[in-house]
Each structure stands twice: as structure tokens, then as C-alpha cells.
Design a protein around this ligand. Structure first.
Ligand SMILES: C[S@@+](CC[C@H](N)C(=O)[O-])C[C@H]1O[C@@H](n2cnc3c(N)ncnc32)[C@H](O)[C@@H]1O
Length: 159
């Protein structure tokens, strides 16, 4: 399975970099995982609705330029579907079984994802109704994908 995580903005925090490096190492036993960072747009506090949409549109274009046609796209969205770790594992397993071996997880920028990205999405996944910073979302997602592979393989993991 080939997994690509496409995320807006550069990761700066050392503690997140360390956590992500750890899960990337662990995941290498199960899948080819790549992280693609696309540039973020400046988003000052006092922007109009139209300006905010424009920021999302530009970031969205950059995200989509890395998505291939045969890729199954899972967008991370606060208002997406909330599922258990076992259900995510099952979804990954089903995709692999039915020949969808390329999965891209898309994480939006500080204003979220554009309409075009939402349209390209095959599945909108929510990690709760709470808002997380996109950089932290990357780490949480990697942990859940790793957990998913452990569940698929029936390997022991913390409950
Ligand atoms: C700071 S959040 C954007 C907040 C923005 N107001 C929105 O409604 O999308 C940045 C990105 O992190 C991801 N994210 C944050 N919290 C999330 C959650 N609870 N579930 C799924 N994705 C989340 C989404 O991809 C989001 O686009």
C-alpha cells in the first residue's frame, strides 16, 4: 500500500517533527508512506470571506496537484465522518483488497480545505468536533494509520 499525506504548511515544531519521524519509522514496516508539504498562503486576522475563500482555493490547487487520478482520497474534515480505529483499519484493508492501493490523506491549512478539494474527496474523515492545528493533525493521523496496520495484522497494540 502507498500512502501519501498531503498537508499545508511547513512543520516547524521540533516535538512534532520527532513524533512524526518515530511513526514514519514504525510505518515503514507496513507501507510506503510519504509526506508532501505544500506552501501555505498568508492568512491575516481581518480577511474578508472572499479573501479567505481565495486562500483556501490557492492552497487547495497546490494540494490537488499532488493527487493522482487513481488515488483514493481521504480528506480530514471536522464535519466529516467519525469512526473508530477498528473501522479505519477495516477501511484501509477493504481498499487494499479491492485494488485501491494508493491512498492520499489531505489535511487543510489554518482556514480548512477548499470546495474543490472537498469535491475530489472520496471520504471525509473527522477526528472529533474539536479543531486541531493542522501540524498536530499530521502526527495524530500517522498514529492512527499505524494503529490501523497493527489491527489489520492482528498485532498487539495498546487498547
Ligand atoms: C486548523 S484546522 C482548520 C479549521 C477550519 N476552521 C475548518 O473548519 O476546517 C486545519 C486542518 O486540520 C484538520 N483538522 C483539524 N481538526 C480536525 C478534526 N477534528 N477532524 C479532522 N480534521 C481536522 C483539517 O484538515 C483542517 O482543514
Amino acid at each position: 500500500m502507498k500512502i501519501t499525506i498531503i498537508s499545508v504548511g511547513k512543520l516547524k515544531e521540533k516535538y512534532l517533527k520527532q513524533g512524526i519521524a518515530e511513526y514514519m519509522k514504525r510505518l515503514s514496516a507496513y507501507a510506503k508512506v510519504d509526506i508532501v508539504e505544500v506552501a501555505d498562503e498568508k492568512a491575516p486576522e481581518n480577511m474578508s470571506e472572499a479573501e479567505m475563500e481565495e486562500v483556501k482555493r490557492k492552497e487547495g490547487e497546490r494540494i490537488l496537484s499532488h493527487v493522482q487520478q487513481d488515488t483514493y482520497v481521504i480528506t480530514l474534515e471536522i464535519n466529516g465522518k467519525m469512526i473508530s480505529s477498528e473501522q479505519l483499519a477495516d477501511k484501509m484493508d477493504q481498499l487494499a483488497t479491492y485494488g485501491k492501493s494508493k491512498i492520499a490523506f489531505l489535511i487543510g491549512g489554518s482556514l480548512g480545505i477548499s470546495e474543490a478539494v472537498q469535491k475530489r474527496s472520496d471520504y471525509a474523515l473527522s477526528f472529533s468536533k474539536m479543531t486541531f492545528p493542522h501540524q498536530l493533525m499530521r502526527l495524530v493521523l500517522l498514529e492512527q494509520v499505524y494503529r490501523g496496520f497493527r489491527i489489520i495484522r492482528g498485532e498487539p497494540y495498546h487498547k
